[in-house]
Design a protein around this ligand. Structure first.
Ligand code: NAD
Length: 498
């Protein structure tokens, strides 16, 4: 059986190799590889390599750095199918869905290709007589990214292209459940001409994370994952004096108003709820049906949910693959049972689904729950699976109040034909990313991605302009070049302009 190694200083590295974890194929339920689990020693080895690489990489020109990004972008395009299959085999999502995540990640590389413009400083002439001010930003040093299982390519790509293009060196600690995409990307970077040690991968779980959070050689940590771990990472890393961005979990609501095109809304909500088996931080997990919209909406959602083709992610025609682990499969099916016990109506029941030839796979079918109330576990918990809960509300304002009372604030959507309703919604709702007739409003790479409330711990969204800010720190320079004959008096008062 293959053991997936770390990638340190431009080569695969076994590390101390004392611990490994299984990597499953979720469609078959079989263990297909093992991954090394790093700890303090492996993280330290990676930090040494990244620190040495920082000395030269941080002095390389903007042109050299963006040229690596242009080459890397082309390699991501050339190898999209191959990388998509690697992701599908370990995550379970369809190959086309995996290609979608690679595309959305590649867009951040494209943003990094334009860094020359995005990183420009500013210059103020003659702020005082003979005095000018300008600013520029410098990289931090060695920075680290800790990422979740659900986007093994895209979420790391939200981080490392910007960190690297701005002159930092990077250590990625991907999810131990689907680790291979990280090593594949490391190889592409090398082919793109990135010097050894600039991009490193240390695999592992909590031990590797703890070693990153406390290592004095790491300046900043980017985290994406569940809220409790985001909170932990934020607290530990800030305590250790590091800059942190920590994105957490979600419970995303889509409101449907009676004036919406119900067929259109149901179509898009179905894709947003069940795509990638609901294992997206921007998945629609609650549909809020307002007033008369409810019965018609439920009828269309039921029809759509029953039409979804569930199967192995590498099989053409599959729309929804398995869940990531057997535990996740059991957790989701138990959640549907609990919802029923607590009074929800099961409109579509995904429990117990068996796929022929893949009986041991971690499959569950799409589940649709109606008459869900805010007290129920199915509403309160982030289920992170193919379960859509329908909550009924009397008005748009009631629906907004519901969303605002929810502890999460990652994404939300409104389906309506009314511009006034859309404007009221986007101004009032306490959520970071909002879609109007768009179910999964993931911002483009040149905007930044980040929720509010428990969906983002601290205050730093990810990629786009916020990414540049996060991975650099500013310098402001005040300059005077007096003529040799000028004899300016130095004042003892605090300097002011004149
Ligand atoms: P997770 O929090 O379990 O794991 C994320 C990372 O933290 C992994 O690398 C994992 O190895 C590590 N980790 C796990 N437990 C840890 C612990 N106790 N101490 C230290 N490190 C630990 O998340 P997951 O299950 O891989 O991913 C799903 C979660 O990620 C969902 O909650 C989802 O909403 C969230 N997510 C959020 C966003 C976003 O942008 N807000 C994007 C994708 C996923």
């Amino acid at each position: 059986m293959t053991t997936i190694p770390h990638w340190i200083n431009g080569s695969p590295a076994a590390g101390d190799g004392s611990q490994t974890a299984p990597v499953f194929n979720p469609a078959t339920g079989q263990e297909q590889a093992r991954v090394v689990l790093g700890g303090a020693t492996d993280v330290d080895t990676a930090v040494q390599a990244a620190s040495a690489a920082f000395e030269t990489w941080s002095e390389s020109s903007l042109t050299q750095r963006t040229q690596v990004m242009f080459a890397f972008r082309q390699l991501l395009l050339d190898h999209e199918e191959e990388l998509g299959r690697i992701i599908s085999a370990e995550h379970g999502k369809t190959v086309d869905d995996a290609r979608g995540e690679i595309t959305r990640g590649r867009e951040v590389v494209e943003f990094a290709c334009g860094l020359g413009d995005a990183l420009k400083g500013s210059f103020s002439d003659q702020v005082s007589r003979g005095v000018d001010v300008h600013n520029f930003r410098r990289p931090l040093g060695v920075v680290a990214g800790i990422t979740p299982f659900n986007f093994p390519a895209m979420v790391p790509l939200w981080m490392h292209p910007i960190a690297i293009a701005t002159g930092n060196t990077f250590i990625l600690k991907p999810s131990e459940r689907d680790p291979s995409a990280a090593n594949f990307v490391a190889d592409l970077y090398q082919q793109a001409g990135l010097p050894d040690g600039v991009f490193n991968v240390v695999h592992g779980g909590k031990d590797a994370v703890d070693a990153i959070l406390t290592h004095p050689g790491i300046q900043a940590v980017s985290f994406v994952g569940s809220t409790p771990v985001a909170q932990y990472v934020h607290d530990q890393a800030t305590k250790a004096g590091k800059r942190v961005q920590a994105l957490g979990g979600a419970k995303n609501h889509a409101i449907v108003l009676p004036d919406a095109d119900l067929e259109f809304a149901a179509n898009h909500i179905t894709a947003g709820a069940y795509g990638s088996a609901g294992e997206r931080c921007m998945a629609v997990s609650v549909a809020v049906a307002v007033g008369d919209a409810a019965d018609g909406l439920v009828a269309v959602l039921e029809r759509k949910a029953r039409e979804i083709k569930v199967g192995p992610g590498n099989q053409p025609g599959t729309e929804m693959g398995p869940l990531i682990t057997k535990t996740a499969q059991e957790r989701i099916e138990n959640a549907v049972t609990t919802a029923h016990t607590q009074g929800a109506t099961i409109v579509v029941d995904g429990r117990g689904l068996k796929i022929e030839g893949h009986e041991d796979g971690f499959f569950t079918g799409p589940s649709l729950l109606d008459h869900v109330t805010v007290e129920m576990d199915a509403y309160q918990e982030e289920l992170f699976g193919p379960v859509l809960a329908i909550v009924r509300a009397d008005s748009l304002d009631d629906a907004i109040d519901l969303i605002n009372a929810n502890p999460y604030g990652n994404g939300t959507a409104l389906f309506t034909a009314s511009g006034e309703a859309a404007r009221r919604f986007q101004r009032k709702v306490t959520v970071g990313m909002i879609g109007i007739n768009v179910p999964v409003p993931v911002p483009m790479s040149y905007y930044s991605f980040g929720g509010w409330k428990d969906s983002l711990i601290g205050d730093s969204p990810i990629h786009g302009p916020e990414g540049i800010r996060f991975y650099t720190r500013p310098k402001v320079i005040t300059t005077r070049w007096p003529q040799p004959t000028q004899h300016l008096a130095a004042g003892f008062n605090f300097p002011t302009s004149n």
